[in-house]
Design a protein around this ligand. Structure first.
Ligand SMILES: [Fe+2]
Length: 338
């Protein structure tokens, strides 16, 4: 007789004001964990949204042996799991056997990506800096696309030792709700201008006077609402990035004085500093086999520095699309060649 699937429980994520940790009976392996979720998808998704769109699953190690398990779980979150072969991603950063997996790593053949150390490297009390602008790099995945993606699943195949290579997350629903009413009114209807990194349109590139790269039509900066209504829950969330993923030539905020010294920059700094303050943030120290599911429509995240000369780090990401919200209805994908 076939065994009935294990049942999961979702508890508040320790060390955070938002997010959940998925708990399963001792000895539940990765496939059984996925089967448990597939047996009760409504409850799983409901918990995901109720916990403000971040879940941690530990002990998912079998994904390293069978990466298709990550794609299988991803399909629960939306109609389209991105195939990176079709989306102009450099092939050395795509998993060789499973094209739905983006490899984020400093191990060849991937393009090494090691975030800079903050200045100073630690806070006065010796903790990891989290709050912008002490911590840089906060973003939501692919916000330079319209329609932007829904959800990312991020898996630790080879994490760094603890104390480095963390991922920081922030809760845009909680951060928006806590804004003073006057600031909520000020940002109503406002749009940010987002652009892919590496085009010399970042705050640092503009400050350094570096000439911007010519852009293909599919690389054009994209406007996104600063307050994004979550298409599933209807909750408003801050939707912003900072330096590297906003356009600091035309923006960062549409209709405001542009550039790093303009009124738009001042407001962005104010909003990002609030968004990343301690009550809305979570620091994740990775173990092998950890999987974090986060909603790009209502959270931001940032990677921290690690010692790439001493440590190999290999993380796998899938990206789920298909429910960006009514404001994107009928739009073609901005990032694909016409
Ligand atoms: Fe990211």
């Amino acid at each position: 007789m076939p065994r009935s699937p294990a049942t999961f429980t979702i508890r508040p994520l320790p060390g955070a004001s938002f997010g959940g940790i998925v708990e399963l009976p001792p000895g539940t392996d990765t496939e059984a964990a996925i089967a448990a979720v597939e047996a009760a998808p409504e409850a799983f998704l409901q918990a995901f949204y109720e916990r403000h769109c971040l879940l941690l699953m530990k002990g998912m190690d079998a994904i390293s042996r069978d990466p298709t398990l990550l794609v299988r779980l991803s399909r629960l979150f939306g109609p389209e799991v991105e195939d990176y072969r079709q989306t102009i991603t450099a092939s050395n950063n795509v998993h060789p056997d499973v094209p739905e997996i983006l490899v984020v790593s400093n191990v060849p053949p991937a393009t090494p990506r090691i975030p800079a150390l903050p200045d100073p490297p630690l806070t006065a009390d010796g903790a990891v800096p989290v709050q912008f602008p002490h911590r840089r790099g906060w973003h939501t995945d692919q916000s330079y696309r319209r329609p932007p993606p829904d959800i990312s699943l991020f898996y630790a195949e080879t994490p760094t030792p603890k104390g480095q290579g963390q991922t920081l997350y922030a809760d845009g629903i909680g951060a928006y709700a806590a804004l003073p009413d006057a600031l909520k009114r000020r940002i109503e209807g406002l749009e940010g201008i987002h652009v892919a990194p590496g085009r010399n349109r970042s705050e640092q590139a503009v400050l350094a006077g570096e000439p911007p790269h010519p852009l293909q039509p599919r690389e054009a900066p994209q406007r996104q609402p600063v307050v994004r209504v979550h298409p599933v829950t209807g909750e408003p969330a801050l939707y912003l990035c900072e330096s590297g993923q906003m356009d600091w030539i035309e923006g960062p905020l549409a209709g405001m004085q542009p550039g790093p010294h303009g009124d738009g920059a001042k407001l962005l700094y104010e909003l990002m500093s609030h968004y990343t303050s301690p009550q809305f943030t979570y620091v994740h120290e990775w173990d092998v086999g950890d999987l974090i599911i986060y909603d790009n429509r209502s959270t931001i995240h940032s990677a921290t520095w690690f010692d790439g000369d001493r440590h190999r780090r290999r993380m796998w990401r899938t990206t789920v699309h298909g429910n960006p919200g009514a404001i994107y209805d009928g739009e073609p994908k901005s990032w694909l060649p016409a």
